[in-house]
Design a protein around this ligand. Structure first.
Ligand code: ATP
Ligand code: MG
Ligand code: FE
Length: 352
């Protein structure tokens, strides 16, 4: 089965072609990702600029994905597109394009939940079986989900305020490090002393594996004001302190989630899958590895280009649904909000 996937929910214009064998294993035939560069001057993604960017680039990106894979529309077994959650203008561009292609080529359409696509990526890259735990840490989302099966997701933890990537971006901004802030803050932290400035570890020790980052960000701001004017050493120490606090929080929350997983699924070898741009952070990755080792869990970190937004994960989620006999109607509406937890968002009226 060969599926085209389209992703336009944020600032990546992406398309990919993925093959799924009868054995359920996946192969990426092409994966084209165009990261829009017009947002940096605004210090964040501007929805209207993103949507226009998708309109301008998507046809070429899809054409490139098909050409690189060496397939024509007629060769496809289905067309999948992110239908939410995300910036609605961008989602509309991708979903409408997918509908037009599916209609013109008489192919089945799958409207994919972007979070589900992140959740299923490790089955494409590492062929892992259900159930497993997903830690999604991106610019827009921070949650821990138990992935019990296709369409069967239980969110066991979430942020009660900022997403982790957002916290990195806002903290980097207040330290004058530019956008996107995650990579810049990580570089700065490498030269700093994480113990010089005491910062909080919000929600650590709590029974529920939830997250909170706004208080930590505010604590950094107050310390920055106290130490102003900041020299490079102080910025590095604040960055290092922030990242160390984040590492402690993530390790604690993931440890808690693994304990809950073990209690809910006794005897199942625990697996933790990581997705989202923050997974690129080396310090966090190292702490996740420690937390998993301590609890006898396997850690699966897909390659960076598949952890951030891409078309291959959307094509793969589409392939999994098509293989299960699912398809969506052309009346499927784009959704700005679409929680992954099936119980929170019954997929009524869409043939699932
Ligand atoms: P979403 O996928 O939730 O819609 P998004 O597109 O903003 O949101 P991603 O593209 O997956 O998310 O990731 C981008 C985020 O990851 C940004 O917030 C960025 O700062 C963060 N990030 C990237 N690299 C690092 C790093 N090395 N350390 C920390 N954060 C990072
Ligand atoms: Mg992005
Ligand atoms: Fe994403």
């Amino acid at each position: 089965m060969i599926v085209l996937g389209i992703e336009t929910s944020c600032d990546e214009t992406a398309a990919a072609v993925v093959a799924r064998g009868a054995d359920g294993r996946g192969t990426i035939l092409s994966n084209v990702v165009l990261s829009q560069d017009g947002h940096a001057v605004y210090g964040g993604v501007v929805p209207e600029i993103a949507a226009r960017g998708h309109v301008e680039a998507l046809d070429d990106v899809i054409g490139e994905a098909l050409a690189e894979a060496g397939v024509r529309l007629a060769d496809l077994d289905g067309i999948a597109a992110t239908a939410g959650p995300g910036l609605i203008g961008g989602v509309l561009v991708g979903l409408t394009t997918a509908k037009a292609l599916a209609l013109a080529a008489a192919k089945p359409l799958v409207a994919v939940n972007h979070l589900e696509a992140h959740a299923l990526t490790a089955r494409l890259t590492d062929g892992i079986d259900f159930p497993y735990l997903l830690l999604l840490v991106s610019g827009g989302h921070t949650q821990i989900v138990r992935v019990d099966g296709l369409g069967d997701y239980v969110r066991i933890g979430t942020t009660i305020d900022d997403a982790l990537g957002e916290a990195f971006d806002k903290t980097a901004k207040l330290l004058g490090l530019g956008y996107p802030g995650g990579p810049a803050l990580e570089r700065m932290a490498a030269g700093g002393d994480p113990r010089r400035i005491a910062l909080p570890r919000p929600l650590t020790g709590r029974a529920e594996p939830d997250f909170s980052f706004s208080g930590l960000k505010t604590a950094v701001r107050l310390e920055a004001e106290r130490l102003a004017p900041l020299d490079d050493g102080a910025v590095a120490d604040l960055a290092a302190g922030f990242q160390a606090a984040v590492c402690d929080v993530v390790a604690d929350r993931v440890g808690r989630a693994l304990a809950l997983f073990a209690a809910a699924r006794p005897g199942v070898p625990p697996v933790l899958v990581v997705a989202g741009g923050v997974a690129a952070n080396k310090a966090i990755a190292a702490r996740l590895r420690e937390a998993c080792t301590a609890r006898g869990a396997r850690l699966v970190v897909p390659p960076g280009v598949l952890c951030t937004d891409n078309g291959a994960m959307v094509a793969w989620a589409g392939a999994e649904h098509l293989a299960a006999g699912h398809r969506d109607g052309f009346d499927f509406a784009a959704r700005a909000r679409w929680p992954l937890d099936g119980r929170a968002a019954p997929m009524v009226g869409h043939g699932r």
